[in-house]
Ligand binder design. Structure first.
Ligand code: AMP
Ligand code: GLY
Length: 436
């Protein structure tokens, strides 16, 4: 029996999910607040709706006769969209609002790690009073990461000794007046992501990816949702060993065991430190941009994963093409502080296609853009991404740059992502920290 899949969300990650399901034995429908032209082209139907409105999503799922759903972003998970779909008899690949707290409540996440003795947990304290948090900052003799407990689109964390001073961290907390705050040990090292597909107690992992959170080249500027990312032809990244990757997977294993009944993606954001692999955070969904590195090289049919999850079976083993990927996002001018949304942009799909050479591929993923009145307009979030897929990171980087060669005004790109210089500096950083 052919499946009918509803995809919730309209970003680059969701375009990558749509493409992963294209050609599988299913009809794909999608819904989101923005009309993502990449998704609408693949889907048999598309509904513009607020993806956090659980009853609107469920109504659409029923209307199209969905047999499965994939919830892309965290906000709908937090709003209980997976719960509502499940109640309506549509199997969601995505956790309940309660299970998604592993991402949506950073205080809960750290307490969960402590309670279950999960490896890689930092020293931390949680606060419900800004002034008590500020006193703790004053009394601390080491650098801290300052985190609002709730969702901030990846932009709420301030790291003392890196982005801010103690005084700036306190001023930030006083200005924002967050209700709950986590203060934790600052880790120093190289960050990487490992995404796991989880259902029925089985965990299947994907290659490590390194995202670039900071807005500007050289890792300067404010944190963003992620400006781009790369992965290597194997499971590890150039600055890590097989053991490091295995340690990250074993943390995901411990977490899946502790979570019990969890369905969806468990995304581990790790910091490789001189002292081993530590956990920066968990997310309850694919990473954006990381999904654009991972799904294009996944040989396993993603639909088979979804069906096995629903049928209560073990998930299929995953297989990946031995290809490196480099993803670069084009974001609106001013992003993330003062993004200039509503600008009409021209995306030259042909020049992206032309960047592919030999057995290297170039892919374009539309993100938070809106197609209307015959044009494509930016919103206040990331606009589109290109991904180079080749034998080495260096080649993939070249392909991504070629794909971007015709990009016009109105967007900004971090051209340093995946370059030999930046990758080399990551390797050197890790060697320095490890005293090699
Ligand atoms: P998060 O929203 O938890 O992913 O945090 C955003 C960014 O803040 C991460 O990607 C890290 O770069 C940084 N960060 C978060 N927690 C820590 C920590 N404990 N030590 C150092 N950096 C951190
Ligand atoms: N790339 C970071 C995230 O998806 O949260």
């Amino acid at each position: 029996m052919s499946e009918t899949v509803l995809l919730v969300g309209g970003g680059g990650r969701e375009h990558a999910i749509a493409r992963a399901l294209e050609g599988s034995d299913c009809d794909l429908y999608a819904c989101a607040g923005n009309r993502n032209p990449g998704i609408t082209r693949i889907a048999a139907g598309f509904e513009t709706l607020d993806a956090t409105n659980a009853s609107a999503v469920t109504t659409y799922a029923e209307e199209v006769g969905a047999t499965l759903a994939v919830v892309g972003p965290e906000a709908p998970l937090q709003a209980g969209v997976a719960d509502a779909l499940s109640e309506a008899g549509v199997f969601p690949f995505g956790p309940s609002a309660e299970a998604a707290r592993i991402e949506t409540d950073k205080a809960y996440q750290r307490r969960f790690m402590r309670e279950h003795d999960i490896s890689g947990c930092p020293e931390f304290e949680t606060f419900e009073s800004t002034e008590e948090a500020c006193e703790y900052i004053d009394s601390s003799t080491t650098d801290l990461a300052v985190k609002p407990a709730g969702l901030t689109g990846g932009k709420g964390v301030k790291v003392i000794g890196d982005q801010v001073t103690k005084e700036e961290a306190k001023a930030y907390l006083r200005e924002e007046e967050y209700e709950r705050i986590v203060l934790e040990e600052r880790f120093v090292g190289e960050e990487f992501t490992v995404q796991g597909l989880v259902a029925n107690g089985s965990l299947r992992v994907t290659p490590a990816v390194q995202d670039h959170k900071r807005a500007y080249e050289g890792d300067e500027g404010p944190n963003t949702g992620g400006m781009g990312s790369y992965s290597d032809a194997g499971l590890e990244l150039p600055f890590m060993t097989e053991d490091d990757y295995r340690d990250a997977v074993s943390i995901l294993d411990e977490t899946v065991a502790a979570l019990g009944d969890y369905t969806g993606v468990l995304y581990g954001q790790f910091m490789l430190t001189a002292d081993g692999v530590k956990v920066i955070e968990f997310n309850a969904r694919f990473g954006d941009p990381e999904a654009m590195n991972t799904l294009p090289v996944m040989n396993t049919d993603f639909l088979d994963v979804l069906v096995a999850a629903r049928e209560g079976e073990e998930l299929p083993q995953l297989s990946f093409a031995p290809r490196a990927t480099v993803c670069k996002y084009a974001v609106p001018e001013g992003y993330p502080v003062d993004p200039q949304g509503g600008t009409r942009i021209a995306v030259d799909e042909e020049s992206v296609a032309r960047a592919a050479t030999g057995n290297a591929e170039a892919a374009l993923f539309y993100a938070s853009v809106d197609e209307r009145d015959g044009g494509i307009y930016t919103t206040t979030s990331r606009a589109f991404a290109v991904v180079g897929i080749a034998e080495s990171i260096a080649q993939a980087e070249e392909i991504a740059e070629d794909a971007l060669s015709e990009v016009e005004e109105g967007v900004r790109i971090r051209h340093d992502i995946g370059t030999e210089d930046l990758v080399r500096s990551r390797i050197d950083h890790m060697s320095d920290l490890r005293g090699e």
